[in-house]
Every structure is written in C-alpha cells, then in structure tokens.
Design a protein around this ligand. Structure first.
Ligand SMILES: *Cc1c(COP(=O)(O)O)cnc(C)c1O
Length: 392
C-alpha cells in the first residue's frame, strides 16, 4: 500500500481570538493610520515597535509595510544609491536582490556553502567590491556570525541582516538581526509572525533610526514613536530625507502584538517538527542533512536536504513522485523560476555572475515547509514517503 499525505504545506494556523479582538477594536475606533491616535493613546504600531525592540534588545525599532520595504529602507538609510554595489548571498529569495536593484544599485553575489550559509572565503575575496553587505539568513541558516563580523570589520563592511527566516533565532545567544548595524524582518504570512504583509527594522544607531523613520513616511510626527531616538536626532535629517511611504498600519500591528508574545512557544513547536523530520530522514541513503552548529538557535519553520550526485532529471522525477503522494518539495536547482523558488541566474536585471559552488549546492537542494498546522504524525508520514520515493 502506498500512503499519501493529505495535509496542506501552505496552511497557516488561524489568527488567535485575542489578536482578532484587538483588530476589531482598531476597526471600531476607525483609527487605522499609525499617526491617527486619540489624546494620550500610543497606537498599536508604536506599541508593537516598543515590544519588538525589547524582544530583540535593540534601542530602536520601526514597523513598515513589508520585509522587502524594510531592506530597501535600511539600504537607502546607509546611503546606497544608483551605481552602488551591494554584497549579498547568491542563495536567497527574490526580494533581496530586488531591494538592491530598486535603488539602482547592483547586487554582487557571494557563494553558498553546503550548510546553506554565506561562504566566508568568497566573502573575504569580494569584500572590497562594496561597503554594504545585505546578509540573508536564507531558510533560517545562520553562518558563523563572529567570523563574519570580523571579516566585516576588517573590510569596513556595514552589515544589514535579512532575518525573514530567523525572527526568534540567535547566534551564540545574540538574537538574529543584532550583529549587523540593522536587522530586517518580515511579518508576511509565510514567516514567523503573520500579518499578511509587514516588516520590522531594528538598530542601535540613532541617526540611522531617524533616517529610516523619516523615509518610512513619518510626516514630522516622529515624536509619536516609542522606540525612536529623541527629536534632536531628526533636526537636520528631516530636511534631507525623502518620504518614501511604507508605514505599517494599526490593524496589522494589532494582530502582531499578541503573536510576538507567543513567538517563543511557536519556535519550540517548529523545532519539534524539525527534529521529527531530521529523525525521519537521518539514515536515508543518499540524503545529506544540513549541519546545525551548536551556537545556532534556529527556528525550524522549513526543512532542507540535499541529494548530492543526483542529476536534474532524477531530481525532477523525485519531486514529481513525492508530489503525486501529496508531499510538496521545492527544488532550488530548477532552471526556471517557479513560485517562491528562483535562482541568481533568473535575476537578469543583475549582471551575470559565475557561482559554481552555489550552483553545485542548489542543484541537489530540496526544501519543504513545516507549517504549525502539521502534527508530529504528519511529519513522520512525510519523511516515510520521501524515504520510500528515494529507496524504491
Ligand atoms: C520573505 C522574505 C523577505 C521579505 O519578504 P516580504 O515578502 O517583502 O515581506 C526577505 N528575504 C527573504 C529571504 C524572504 O524569504
């Protein structure tokens, strides 16, 4: 008998009743715009920023319209503009090179290791190509951040962290997003908090924070923020910083605040699913699992494994056979971009760059989501099906 998985890889958990009640409250008030506050009222967005700053231990936090907007805002605040070159991971999601290209800047891709993190050797070799690194913790894998920051310091590289997949994660006890000068997060539906769309930015740098708040479209109302630098920080910047509207609204912030409070509990559940998948695939012949260093406290919201040595046709067949049994695998090696999965050579607005090591890794890289609507039994069944497909 061949078993078939009937679950849905893109089904999120419902928004909690507490969050729904908070959203309804905002709608009843009619005050959805972040700066539309009643006397003495802080507003949901300002309260979310304050809570997220506390959660990450950052001095300043800004909530924005999306994760992509957060990255673009951070790049612009660091002075990245037309013609600039920005180092970034060759293995990442399309909004990362997109945020660089949106500023008229050029991504300079850095190779990927078998553990799916940025290749520090290649980073060192290319460090002189630009003065900003947009570091993407793609699929939640965190490189040796101490080694990376040493390289960055030696080459005067300012690091922006793309933490779309590492909200709630840490390296050696330091929350992801707190090693670089700016950390960017996404609250888009498929990430670790769900407001449909949304983004968060953290930094300790007062001038950068002020610039990003002005960029996000603060209409000189920055004194209504709770996790912002003092008004003096805005005194000069307000004349020179364009308003590039991208604020978050009170409705989204209202459903995010209760989710932030329960994030650690969800992280534990994701990691239990991740451990079950790891155990299920541990001894399947031909499967290479991703090493997770001791210092990395990750969030196992997705799972990656490699099938080294398999050619494209074989992988395509494996993906098709798994799909026929209800198991949705994403293949990062596919020549054509599909859904959320695209490759550096599909981003043809960027100059073509030879990435032999990344290409070799992605050629055999498969990925699956682990939504919290899955049970341990679901994950065990998915692993059994993958094992069956790979061994028969
Ligand atoms: C989702 C994502 C982003 C930003 O996403 P938005 O959809 O703009 O919120 C950035 N980087 C990575 C790696 C992502 O997966």
């Amino acid at each position: 008998m061949t078993e078939r998985f009937e679950g849905n890889f893109t089904q999120q958990e419902p928004i909690s009743e507490e969050a729904i009640a908070a959203a309804v409250e905002v709608m009843r008030s009619g005050r959805l715009h972040r700066y539309n506050t009643a006397p003495g009222e802080a507003g949901e967005v300002a309260l979310l920023e304050q809570a997220f700053a506390a959660f990450t231990g950052a001095r300043y936090c800004l909530a924005v319209a999306s994760g992509g907007y957060a990255m673009g805002c951070a790049l612009r605040a660091l002075g990245v503009g037309p013609g600039a070159r920005v180092l970034t991971n060759a293995f990442t999601l399309a909004p990362v090179p997109g945020a660089i290209a949106a500023l008229g800047a050029e991504p300079v891709f850095v190779e990927t290791t078998e553990n799916l993190t940025i290749d520090l050797e290649d980073l060192t070799a290319k460090a002189r190509a630009g003065d900003v690194l947009m570091l993407s913790h793609m699929r939640g894998h965190i490189c040796d951040m101490d080694a990376l920051m040493e390289i960055a310091q030696a080459h005067e590289l300012r690091v922006i962290e793309d933490c779309a997949h590492t909200m709630g994660a840490a390296w050696a006890g330091v929350p992801s997003g707190r090693h670089g000068v700016v950390g960017c997060y996404s609250t888009q539906t498929y990430k670790h908090m769900n407001s449909g769309e949304g983004g968060l930015i953290v930094t300790d740098d007062a001038a950068l924070a002020a610039r990003m708040i002005l960029l996000s479209g603060s209409y000189m109302l920055y004194e209504r923020h709770l996790a912002s630098p003092p008004p003096e920080a805005f005194a000069q910047l307000k004349y020179d910083t364009p308003n590039v509207s991208g604020r978050m609204d009170n409705l989204r912030a209202a459903i995010l605040r209760p989710q932030l409070a329960t994030l650690p509990e969800r992280v534990a559940r994701w990691n239990a699913l991740y451990a079950a998948m790891e155990a299920g695939l541990a001894d399947v012949p031909g499967v290479a699992l991703t090493a997770r260093p001791q210092a990395e406290a990750y969030v196992g919201s997705s799972f990656q494994f490699r099938l080294p040595g398999r050619v494209a046709d074989e992988i395509q067949e494996i993906v098709a056979r798994c799909a026929a049994r209800g198991v949705e695998l994403k293949w990062f090696g596919a020549a054509e971009p599909a859904g959320f999965t695209s490759r550096h050579d599909s981003w043809r607005y960027a100059p073509p760059q030879a990435m032999p090591r990344t290409d070799a890794v992605l050629a055999g890289l498969l990925d699956l989501r682990l939504p919290l609507t899955f049970s341990q039994a679901d994950v065990a069944q998915i692993a059994r099906i993958i094992r069956d497909v790979l061994t028969t």
